[in-house]
Design a protein around this ligand. Sequence first.
Ligand SMILES: N[C@@H](CC(=O)c1ccccc1NC=O)C(=O)O
Length: 230
Amino acid sequence: MDISIPIRHGEKNVNAWYIGPPKIEPEQFDGDIVSVSEGASVNFNTITFNPHSHGTHTETVGHVVAEKHSINKALKQFFFLAEVITVAPEKSNEDFVISAKQLRFAIGNKLREAIVIRTIPNQKDKKTKQYSNTNWPYLTQDAIEYLVKKGVKHLLIDQPSVDRERDEGELRSHHTFWNTKGTIRKNATITEFIYVSNKIDDGCYMLNLQIAPFENDATPSKPILYKIMD
Ligand SMILES: N[C@@H](CC(=O)c1ccccc1NC=O)C(=O)O
């Protein structure tokens, strides 16, 4: 079961972080549009997008530190034991947050390399939503500390970020997850902007975390869940 949000041309594509939509458009050679429908022998689209803004993406610590950490070098294994959990973010002042208590309740004593968080409400609009200036739900620091303590190496969530949209550059969940103030968890990854259909039950799965091979802090990704037969 595919839990990715694909990247497509135009305004209906999911979006966050105040930039325009992704573009997938044919190149032009001397004013001729390189597309079969325009008489060319091939379709030859150039793609312009931002992995953090435009769909499911997996990132490394390179997203929040000066030193370069490429996802294509950090992620060398692609199958992980994962737990899919569903949480209803709790109101905290003007925000909605996911707390350690909620994760503890959902995960209990299960040991998993990856945790896939589906937030409620969970409707299809998550695949097309324009998230800029919406103050989406995020994880509290104690929630992230709990995951790190449990040994979770790969965190996946159906929101644009594990942090608050506006946090004065703090990115506390990112920094805590990668332990940037101590020994950096270089091989740990965060995947944002997933969509977990309501047809998928909570529980244990094999996760195949596929990425596009960009040397960058983040890249579009395609997480796939395989049900474990018992
Ligand atoms: N939360 C940060 C901003 C932030 O994270 C950000 C801002 C612009 C473009 C991208 C951002 N983060 C993206 O992944 C802040 O409020 O300073």
